[in-house]
Each structure stands twice: as structure tokens, then as C-alpha cells.
Design a protein around this ligand. Structure first.
Ligand code: GLN
Length: 542
């Protein structure tokens, strides 16, 4: 296996994850098999317990790992399916070391940062290598910025690891910022020089420097960076602000042939140049689509750019598939509560209610679902969104006015959504999350089954505690709610839909974790198709 390590310098939020993912895209398009992973220096064992305000979205993998949202980029930009082995945090490293110490594994030695903590990081690297014998290149992004105290042990472990596997098999890439000083009209290279100096102080000489720039990178600056950072001039690569879409990033990095530089460094120079036609076509449809629609996403963390990242990306993928730009209108569900659905989302082409936890904005989401149902506006509910759709239907169609989820009203008379333990009458509630991929059965003749091209079984990722209460299944079905999918093992409701509606679909799982640029998720694709139809018919009737 060959290894690429991507570090960051100067500031955070540089697009380091996107740079790493783009390199993955380019290498894959050269026919190389890649696997991506992230090292996060924070002490949380995983981001599962972090607030979206701290961390943006929690990205869930097939095996149920709750990971950094950069892993979402990795899975969207490459075809590798990742596992919990691919997101290592300092929390996990220390946890493992302390457990070993308690077991007596260190045979009485003093347990130290070096070598014991760095050895643990290297052990994980070797384990990933052994577990993926068919992978050509393992790309590892190191979270944070070089110079951060908390990242030091990871950097030191990588330095040692490169020596162990042979430097010729390793490529170090450092992503930095070239700030543009408006008053001077100049791009500045000093922060980059200093950040590379810091890395070299730690024993790592980067092979390639990726420079984030607003403007272009001129020859003078390239030469200056090459000289002072001790790299060849051609290995100073520009990474410009992309004009429209993050999916342009691989194409931008390709301009300076980053993939060629990488393969030359790690001895895979025989691989052919990347065949990027499909990717370029996809980007074209994202950048210059024929149609335009608006979709309201009615959620709780709406001010945060990153809280519903995978949903926004999935809408882009589905939009591109239908040659459509999806204009996302982020709606705070509480505003719907305060001003009514018509005033807040009266003129959108489609409504999406995403996942979420806690009761803030719940009534607003219920109003949004009701508005979509009554006015034939395409509706897509995801996880909490499905629970909302069920509550709305129970209240307004089945006449169960107090229907609710026990997450929001413990004592509700009609717990149409509740914990499985509550359904089984178990008193001592662990309330564990259903996490990761699970097999479900689709029922033929439903819209969902159509969209999945009549597949019998599907595998989708979950992250929730509460479930559709089977005690209410008959009542809701008799009133017209169609259950189109249940989990294979326990028969838990996975998808509900309404037949006499342009598109009213809600799923308990998270389809947004399995959508890819040229392979939109069928439920998103069906949603956007209906949204487009709705928008075109409104145009015609104007
Ligand atoms: N809060 C709900 C539950 O725990 C939904 C979770 C979600 O949308 N991810 O079941």
C-alpha cells in the first residue's frame, strides 16, 4: 500500500477535507483503488455526542460509526465504503492506551506519549493496511492545523510511520492559505513559509504544497514558496476558490496535475491519466442546469451551514440528475410555528423535513408536513421527518388530536412514535440508538418500490432511537397511510407514503448518507422529479 498524508497550515476551514477527497477522486479516475480516512486530534471518542453547533453534521457509516462530516466528502468523492476504522480520534487513542495499561499489557513500564501513544496510532495505520489488502492508496487527512499542541502526537506518529514503510511509499501534502491583502494588492506567502517551517521542525518535509488562493498563483509566488519551503516548483499547487460547486475541486486541482505529482512520488507513475468525462458532465449539470426549483428545508439547526450537509449535497446530486438547480431555502421550523406555513413556505416547490433531536420547532415541522399534504406540494421526510409525517397524519386524518412521539410528550395518550422498549412494555429503558446499515423489505406496488426499481431488499443507514409504534399501524393504514418498507429483522416501519399525492414520502433511515454525484439516491431523485413537475406546472399556470 501507498500512503498520502494531508496536513493543514495557517488557518482551519481551508478545505483540507475537500482537497484530500479531490485527490481521492483523481486517483480513482486513474484506475487506482483508494481508501480515505481522518485523524481527529480532539478528545471526544467520536463526534456522536457533539452538538451540531460544535461540529456540524454527524456522518454515519454502514457499520454504525458516528464520524466527522469529512468522511461524507470522502464517500461522495470516492467509491470506498468506510468503516469505524477510518476515523481515529485522540479520544480513541488514549482510551486504548489506558485500557492496555490497566490490563497490564505494558509489563510494568512507564507509559508515555512517546512511544506508547504514537505506537497506538501506528498500530491503527498498520491494521487498516492489513484489513484492506486490495487498496492501492490510503489517504489520511489530519484534522486541525500544524502547530496545534493537540495534533503533535499524530504528526510524530506519521513521521515514524513513513520511516517504517519507506519514504518512497509516502507522500506528504500540506494545504495552506495564501492570504490576499487588498490594500497592498498582493498575495502573501509568509504564513505558508512559516507553517511549512513548523512542519519541518517536527521532522516532516512536505512533498507537495497546496495553496488555497482567492486569486491565481503567479510564477513569482510559486518560485518563492518552492525556494523557502524546500520543494520543487512544480510541486507548488494552486487550489483556487471554486466558482460554483465543491465538485469543481478535483478539476481545479487537476490543472496543476496534482495526481501526476502524487503518483510520481509514490511510484505509481504507470497509471493512466484520469478519465474525468463523467465527472465533468456532472459538474456541468450542477453549474449550468436547465431548470431551477426551490425546496424548503424546515429544520432546527438551520443557521448552520454544515448541520444538514449530506442532505444539501444529496439535493444537488438529484438536481443534477434532472438538470435542475435546487435552490435550498433554509427555514427555521419555529418560524412556521409563529407565522403559519403559508406565510413562511407558501411559495416553494417542495418541502423537506430533515432529522433532528429534541422538541424545539416540532409543531412547526408538523404544520409544514400538513401544508405539503393538503396542498399537493412534494414532501420528503427524513428520520425525524418521517416521525413528524406520522404524527401529523394521526392527528389530522385519524382524529387522534393528541398523537405525539414520546420523545416530545412522555405521557401522550397516543404515542404513535415511541421507543421500542416502550412498545414491548420494558421498564428499564436503555434507549440505545439504532445505528448503521440495516436490511429492509420493500413492498411491491408502492411508489418507493418503483423508485428502487422494484428491489425486494434495500440497505440503508440509521441513526435514531424512536420508532413507528406498531400498535397504530392498522389505524393509520386504514386511514390511507401506506407503509412501503419495513426492517427485515423486526418489521419496524421504514418508509411511509401517500398514494394520492404528487410525492409524499418519508423514511426512518438516512438516505442522504448514500447519495453520490453521479448516483443520486432514488428517494431524492424521485423527490426532485416531483418538485420539478410541480414547479413547471406552476409556471404554466402563471
Ligand atoms: N429524534 C428522533 C429519534 O431519536 C429522530 C432522530 C433523527 O432524526 N436522526 O428517533
Amino acid at each position: 500500500m501507498k500512503y498520502i498524508f494531508v496536513t493543514g497550515g495557517v488557518v482551519s476551514s481551508l478545505g483540507k477535507g475537500l482537497a484530500a477527497a479531490s485527490i481521492g477522486t483523481l486517483l480513482e479516475h486513474r484506475g487506482l483503488s483508494t481508501l480515505m480516512q481522518k485523524f481527529d486530534p480532539y478528545l471526544n471518542v467520536d463526534p456522536g455526542t457533539m452538538s451540531p453547533y460544535q461540529h456540524g453534521e454527524v456522518y454515519v457509516l454502514d457499520d454504525g460509526a458516528e464520524t466527522d462530516l469529512d468522511l461524507g466528502h470522502y464517500e461522495r468523492f470516492t467509491s470506498g465504503v468506510l468503516s469505524r476504522m477510518n476515523n481515529l480520534t485522540s479520544g480513541q487513542v488514549f482510551d486504548a492506551v489506558i485500557k492496555s495499561e490497566r490490563r497490564g499489557d505494558y509489563l510494568g513500564k512507564t507509559v508515555q506519549f512517546i512511544p506508547h501513544v504514537t505506537d497506538e496510532i501506528k498500530r491503527r495505520m498498520h491494521l487498516v493496511t492489513e484489513q484492506n489488502p486490495l487498496t492501492d492508496v490510503l489517504i489520511t487527512e489530519i484534522g486541525g492545523t500544524v502547530g496545534d499542541m493537540e495534533g503533535l502526537l499524530f504528526i510524530e506518529a506519521l513521521r515514524q510511520f513513513a520511516l517504517e514503510v519507506g519514504k518512497e511509499n509516502v507522500c506528504f501534502i500540506h494545504v495552506t492559505l495564501l492570504p490576499y491583502i487588498k490594500a497592498a494588492g498582493e498575495v502573501k506567502t509568509k504564513p505558508t513559509q512559516q507553517s511549512v517551517a513548523k512542519l519541518r521542525e517536527l521532522g516532516i518535509q512536505p512533498d507537495i504544497i497546496i495553496c488555497r488562493t482567492e486569486a491565481d498563483l503567479d510564477e513569482d509566488n510559486r518560485r518563492k514558496i518552492a525556494m523557502f519551503c524546500n520543494v520543487e516548483r512544480k510541486n507548488v499547487v494552486a487550489f483556487r476558490d471554486v466558482a460554483h460547486s465543491i465538485y469543481e475541486c478535483p478539476l481545479d486541482l487537476r490543472r496543476d496535475k496534482i495526481d501526476r505529482l502524487v503518483v510520481d512520488k509514490i511510484g505509481l507513475g504507470h497509471s493512466p491519466p484520469p478519465a474525468l468525462e463523467d465527472w465533468e458532465k456532472f459538474v456541468q449539470r450542477v453549474v449550468k442546469p436547465k431548470h431551477r426549483v426551490s425546496v424548503a428545508v424546515a429544520g432546527k439547526y438551520i443557521v448552520l451551514q454544515d448541520a444538514y450537509k449530506s442532505i444539501y449535497e444529496s439535493l444537488i446530486h438529484a438536481g443534477a440528475h434532472h438538470d435542475t438547480k435546487v435552490h435550498i431555502i433554509r427555514i427555521d421550523a419555529e418560524a412556521v410555528e409563529d407565522h403559519g406555513a403559508k406565510a413562511v413556505i407558501g411559495d416553494v416547490d417542495g418541502i423537506l423535513v430533515p432529522g433532528g433531536f429534541g422538541d424545539r420547532g416540532i409543531e412547526g415541522k408538523i404544520l409544514a408536513a400538513q401544508y405539503a399534504r393538503e396542498n399537493n406540494i412534494p414532501f420528503f421526510g427524513i428520520c425525524l421527518g418521517m416521525q413528524i409525517a406520522t404524527i401529523e397524519y394521526a392527528r389530522n386524518i385519524c382524529g387522534l388530536a393528541s398523537a405525539n412521539s414520546t420523545e416530545f410528550d412522555k405521557l401522550t395518550m397516543h404515542p404513535v412514535i415511541c421507543l421500542q422498549e416502550e412498545q414491548k412494555g420494558i421498564e428499564d429503558m436503555g434507549a440505545t440508538m439504532r445505528l448503521g446499515s440495516c436490511e429492509s423489505i420493500l413492498f411491491a406496488g408502492t411508489k418507493a418500490s418503483d423508485l428502487y426499481q422494484n428491489a425486494d431488499r434495500i440497505h440503508e443507514r440509521h441513526r435514531h432511537r424512536y420508532e413507528f409504534n406498531s400498535d397504530y399501524q392498522d389505524r393509520l393504514q386504514e386511514a390511507g397511510l401506506v407503509i412501503s418498507c419495513v426492517s427485515a429483522e423486526e418489521g419496524l416501519v421504514e418508509i411511509v407514503e401517500l398514494p394520492n399525492h404528487p410525492y409524499y414520502m418519508a423514511c426512518q433511515f438516512h438516505p442522504e448518507f448514500k447519495s453520490k454525484p453521479n448516483k443520486p439516491h432514488p428517494l431524492f431523485s424521485g423527490f426532485i422529479e416531483a418538485v420539478l413537475k410541480n414547479s413547471l406546472s406552476c409556471e404554466n399556470s402563471d
